[in-house]
Design a binder for this molecule. Structure first.
Ligand SMILES: Cc1cc2nc3c(=O)[nH]c(=O)nc-3n(C[C@H](O)[C@H](O)[C@H](O)COP(=O)(O)O)c2cc1C
Length: 171
């Protein structure tokens, strides 16, 4: 049974290279997945594979009037991997990429959103990160992040990310 449309937002961090694994898992559990990449995130992604899997282009740019059709509306969103940069911009409302602009807007609409940060210890200790996480949580965003996880295991495996999506959406 279809669970609806899941936007998968990918940022410029290594886990984006395996985002197709998450897309396949999510599709297998009934989601219609669309991928949105930050401009630099698109360079980490296997764009052809993601487009083939989802049957849609990977969106990175703002759509201007007259451009190709937009995305179907989202029932849920997962931002994984979520970079330090995108987390901080999203919390601060700096909508200078299509991905962050969309996240800010969908936060305002109250769409269920899961953020899965992937970042180095040094960046995780930056005061801006803790502040941004608190701001996002205060707006209802679910954050899947274990600060005590060993370096290199900060980003949970894709099946755990999908389980968390289902917790957030109660799907
Ligand atoms: C090879 C490489 C790996 C990177 N890994 C990370 C990472 O794991 N987490 C992170 O927050 N930034 C990482 N960065 C830095 C981000 O790519 C950079 O801050 C970028 O501006 C993020 O853009 P975005 O948030 O628009 O995707 C990495 C950069 C490179 C070149």
């Amino acid at each position: 049974m279809s669970k609806g449309t899941l936007y998968h937002v990918v940022c410029a961090a290594p886990a984006t290279a395996s985002a197709h694994e998450f897309v396949s898992l999510a599709q297998g559990s009934g989601w219609d997945v669309r991928v949105i990449a930050t401009p630099l995130g698109a360079r980490f992604a296997d764009i052809d594979r993601l487009s083939e899997l989802t049957g849609d282009q990977v969106r990175s740019e703002f759509r201007l009037p007259g451009d190709e059709p937009g995305l179907p509306s989202a029932d849920a969103v997962v931002v994984a991997p979520a970079t330090f940069n995108t987390i901080n911009k999203w919390a601060a409302g700096i909508a200078d990429t299509f991905a962050v602009s969309l996240l800010c807007e969908l936060t305002g609409f109250g769409v269920p959103i899961l953020a899965v940060p992937m970042l180095k210890d040094a960046l995780a200790r930056h005061v801006a990160f803790a502040r941004s996480i608190e701001v996002l949580k205060s707006m209802g965003i679910r954050v899947q992040f274990d600060p005590l996880a060993p370096p290199g295991a900060r980003m949970p495996p894709w099946p755990q990310v999908l389980d968390e999506v289902h917790t957030v959406t109660r799907a």
